[in-house]
Design a protein around this ligand. Sequence first.
Ligand SMILES: C[S@@+](CC[C@H](N)C(=O)[O-])C[C@H]1O[C@@H](n2cnc3c(N)ncnc32)[C@H](O)[C@@H]1O
Length: 235
Amino acid sequence: MPDIPAPPEQRPHARVVSFRSRRDALTPARQRAWDAWWPSLGADAGTELLDTAAWFGRAAPLVVEIGSGTGTATAAMAAAEPERDVLAIEVYRPGLAQMFQYCAAAGVNNVRALRGDAVQVLTDQIAPASLAGVRVFFPDPWPKHKHHKRRLLQQPVVELIASRLLPGAVLHVATDHLPYAEQVAAVGDAEPMLRRIGFDSPSMMLLERPVTKFEGRAERAGSAITELLWGRIEE
Ligand SMILES: C[S@@+](CC[C@H](N)C(=O)[O-])C[C@H]1O[C@@H](n2cnc3c(N)ncnc32)[C@H](O)[C@@H]1O
């Protein structure tokens, strides 16, 4: 399968994409998982508004996870919040295949996956003020200065995310990269649709995260994890 193409230049939020091009090949086991689950649980990102009630087979609060990676957190958190639906958005096909394996092993049936650029998906496929929450766990930090423009969580995308949250819904970010954490904190705090909240605040979605693959590596390397939470203001 070819790499996901960069969105057209005219897209307001996605001139520079936040993901890197990676090998797309699947191991035999992941290929089997892909073949088994992709047709019903996955779809390529498109331009039509999502009909989540039809796709999930019910009307339930929808949580979006941007950059789900291998889906460790996605599957574990979806298992712990069966009353909500979870939409994982990821460009990396082997990661999505692994997520299907975790979901199948955990008996989780409230996860669906869109393959593509989350910025495009939020722009075109998710209605304003429709989400119970958005999770962004360990977004690529793009540490080199010349790559900072690739960071996902900059003002236009944080504004886009905020606009998709229901009043009272939560944006939850975790990162092990302190300079990126400081940047995201400043951008989130400056966003008029958001206000910082604590972990003891009432939330429309689960806030307890399991340790993900990237987090495990970061902890072993001695990096501190920063967790940031904002609620969408009630208007
Ligand atoms: C560092 S990994 C973290 C994965 C996972 N959240 C975890 O904690 O293990 C970041 C992931 O975000 C994905 N990603 C980056 N930008 C994205 C975008 N615009 N849309 C969808 N996925 C994206 C990358 O493909 C990568 O798998």
